[in-house]
Design a protein around this ligand. Structure first.
Ligand code: AMP
Length: 413
């Protein structure tokens, strides 16, 4: 039997209804702040991600679905949304539009990861990017918008952590300082951390062994090394979040190893999720545009996992579909009349379904009841009888009287 590939899933109708709700909320929350929808292709030139995500990242090193398009060009299924949106910004000359350009997307992404609950090989993200503004209000507004979206969707146990990365230059100096500090305390570190002092000293903050943790408690923090203008930017973002009543924790160890990340960094997690607790996150990427050969343009954005949101949101109240009319057939000979009645009903704006399964009349009525139809029209050779399923009332009508009768009924009820 052929099954869905490992790490992928089908979105079945009940789940699709919850996703539609998420999409509506995203359009409402982000639309109110002037964000407009963008969709980019599901695959891009591989180079966009090697440059725009970074050669040294797990994503680029291990997780990309890359293939040859047959003409010697290397393409990759998109693993994330920021680089494609920035590519589109450059390609369409969006720097000529009023800045910042505020965009949002809801798309599927692809990463060859080991699947587990909340981690898939094809997954969906809702994301927002504001390109062309360096103001701290942009960062704070983006954070508030994600907080509001999660709240509107009833995501439980949400925690927000924020930090600032300063500039790549500050970070390089800081990394040297941290390397020196780690070498001075080498004896107390786990062998794993010791082995990575040169390659990635920041990872030491994530270590769980006691020795390393003790050393890291007193380690120099990047937040204390920020250049004055970066520290001021971060202070403003925090003040704006305070004003907005958004609770957050400072996490000086929150890091992203990408060189183009600058200043604000944030992450929302939910304790309703297991090991994969990250719901969404993002930050400022003032150096990314240049890496993609665009003009130097500041930017900030986030992405949140749709599956993680839905997993941590519990039950989302969704409205059941209304069925105004079910058209049933009293005999095999009235097929054309019944077909036309259902069609006319939909053209008149009603939700109308036609019997398609060849059920007995009793079976048809049972089915109409099961789908919650408000009316059933039983089309016969002599005429049509229209049954109001709520009251049980039944009228004998000619086929062209059916729709006006339902419409009158809808208006009265
Ligand atoms: P990232 O682009 O890695 O910062 O991820 C942003 C958000 O996307 C995460 O917080 C998750 O909610 C979601 N996400 C990332 N990778 C996956 C995955 N493999 N499966 C499901 N959701 C994911």
């Amino acid at each position: 039997m052929i099954q869905a590939p490992k790490g992928t899933f089908d979105v079945l109708p009940d789940d699709a209804v919850r996703r539609e709700r998420l999409e509506r909320e995203a359009a409402r929350v982000l639309g109110a702040a002037g964000y407009r929808r963008i969709e980019t292709p599901a695959f891009e030139a591989t180079e966009l991600f090697t440059r725009g995500v970074g050669e040294a990242t797990d994503i680029v090193q291990k997780e990309m679905y890359t293939f040859d398009d047959g003409g010697g060009r290397s393409l990759t299924l998109r693993p994330e949304g920021t680089a494609p949106v920035c590519r589109a910004y450059i390609e369409h000359g969006m720097h000529k539009l009023p800045q910042p350009v505020k965009l949002w997307y809801l798309s599927s992404f692809f990463r060859a990861e080991a699947p587990q609950r909340g981690r898939y090989r094809q997954f969906w993200q809702v994301g927002a990017e504001a390109i062309g503004s360096a103001s701290p209000e942009t960062d704070a507004e983006l954070i508030v918008l994600l907080a509001e979206l999660l709240e509107a969707l009833g995501v439980r146990g949400v925690k927000l952590t924020i930090s600032s990365l300063g500039s790549p230059e500050t970070r390089a100096e800081y990394r040297d300082e941290l390397r020196g500090y780690l070498r001075d305390h080498e004896q107390q570190l786990s062998p794993e951390v010791r082995g990575r002092i040169d390659l990635n000293p920041l990872r030491a903050f994530d270590a769980s062994d006691r020795g390393t943790r003790e050393v890291m408690r007193d380690a120099p923090k990047l937040l204390d090394r920020l250049a004055p203008e970066d520290a001021e930017h971060f202070a403003q973002v925090r003040a704006l979040l305070d004003d907005a009543g958004i609770h957050y924790e400072l996490d000086p160890a929150l890091v992203r190893g990408l060189d183009y990340y600058t200043r604000t960094l944030f992450e929302f997690s939910s304790d309703a999720l297991g090991a994969q607790s990250g719901v969404g996150g993002g930050g400022r990427y003032d150096r990314l545009m240049e890496l993609l050969d665009g003009p130097r343009t500041p930017g900030c954005g986030w992405a949140a996992g749709v599956e993680r949101i839905l997993l941590s949101a519990g039950e989302l109240p969704v409205q059941a579909d209304v069925v105004d009319l079910f058209v049933s057939l009293a005999s095999d000979d009235v097929g054309r009349t019944a077909f036309s009645l259902a069609l006319q009903a939909r053209r008149a704006g009603l939700n109308a379904q036609l019997e398609l399964a060849g059920r007995s009349l009793r079976g048809q009525l049972r089915h109409a009841d099961r789908i919650g139809a408000r009316y059933v029209a039983i089309v016969g050779e002599e005429g049509t009888s229209l049954k109001n399923m709520e009251t049980g009332e039944q009228l004998e009508l000619s086929p062209n009287e059916v729709i006006p009768t339902i419409l009158r009924g809808s208006r009265l009820s």
